[in-house]
Design a protein around this ligand. Structure first.
Ligand SMILES: [Zn+2]
Length: 331
């Protein structure tokens, strides 16, 4: 009997480890394969976090700075959740061109409360086209509650998620149904604009102006929607300049194996990326800079809305990322 029990326990343990391992592989696959909704690269998301922390005044600066490594580790949790949480995927974008091709109409309609938008277009249609701005706003409200309750774990969790969603909404291709150029024969433009360009050139970007830059935003709904509309207005240049770059490379190869960390991947060639980056004339830098400024201001505004509570700082967890993965995998 005891033997049987032990066998069952061992089998269950094996099954649990196997399930967790499968989940881990899925997460890894998700990281390596861009789909609609992935934004910036991991390193660009982390750079935005660093710049957002840099913009904060005291005492928030000290709190977020102390937890910078945790935020680095978790700023992309929202992307990883797409493989385990139903509906996570639609929180990272909004296909504004599904509503109207006219920028004027979009500017008249938005911001619009979620319930009102559901009445006008139906909830199914909203969900089919992405709910990025509405979800970013609800994450911001959760962050206010977390500050109000002085719940450090919740502050960090919602702070990291808010940074992720807001950064995603600064990517023009996250506001279009043509998010990877499939509808205009420009496949691959998504990874090129949001991952390859920042990874290649962000070291030269000016994302750390001196002194705190965060401001209190009274109407956060308006600020988030204006960001999305500005991203959408950038799309013309995103597509037109990519076509111009393709024309300049007419007859020449535009792809090459490029070293990325410890891997070699087939991407646009460094020369193609450099030409495109040049004709975009600072667009990627401007979107990254705006992203870090808004993330910082939203963290700050949520803290002010919660009555500017005192922030206690615990020593950050000293376990390495891989140790945490292994702990989680074999728990
Ligand atoms: Zn995302």
């Amino acid at each position: 009997m005891r033997k049987k029990c032990r066998r069952i326990c061992t089998n269950r343990r094996r099954e649990r480890v196997r399930n967790r391992f499968c989940c881990f592989v899925l997460l890894l696959a998700g990281v390596l394969n861009p789909v609609h909704g992935y934004a910036w690269g991991f390193s660009a998301h982390r750079k935005i976090i660093d710049a957002a922390i840099h913009h904060l005044p005291s005492p928030l600066h000290a709190f977020f700075k102390a937890h910078g490594p945790w935020l680095h580790d978790h700023v992309n949790d929202a992307d990883l959740r797409k493989h385990t949480v139903i509906d996570e995927g639609i929180r990272h974008y909004i296909d504004l061109d599904r509503y109207s091709p006219s920028m004027d109409s979009l500017q008249v309609w938005f911001p619009m409360a979620y319930d009102e938008a559901c009445e006008r277009w139906s909830e199914d249609s909203l969900r089919a086209h992405g709910i990025g701005p509405w979800h970013a706003l609800s994450t911001y409200r959760r962050l206010i509650v977390a500050f109000d309750q002085k719940d450090e774990a919740a502050i960090l969790r919602h702070g990291a998620d808010l940074a992720h969603y807001i950064s995603d909404l600064h990517v023009p291709l996250h506001t279009s149904a043509n998010y990877d150029g499939k509808l205009s024969n420009q496949l691959g433009i998504h990874a090129l604009w949001e991952t390859q360009l920042p990874e290649s050139f962000m070291d030269g970007y000016d994302l750390f102006p001196s002194g705190p830059q965060a401001i209190w935003i009274e109407n956060t709904e308006e600020a988030i929607w204006q960001t999305v509309l500005t991203s959408h207005a950038c799309l013309d240049s995103v597509f037109a300049f990519e076509l111009e770059t393709r024309k300049a490379f007419d007859g020449k190869p535009i792809d090459a194996y490029v070293e990325r960390g410890r891997t070699r991947q087939l991407m646009r060639s460094p020369l193609f990326a450099e030409y495109y980056h040049e004709v975009l004339d600072g667009q990627v830098e401007r979107r990254m800079s705006a992203s870090s400024a808004l993330v910082s201001s939203l963290w700050y505004s949520a803290w002010i809305e919660a009555g500017a509570p005192e922030m206690a700082m615990k020593a950050p967890d000293s376990r390495t990322r891989w140790k945490k993965v292994l702990d989680w995998l074999f728990k």
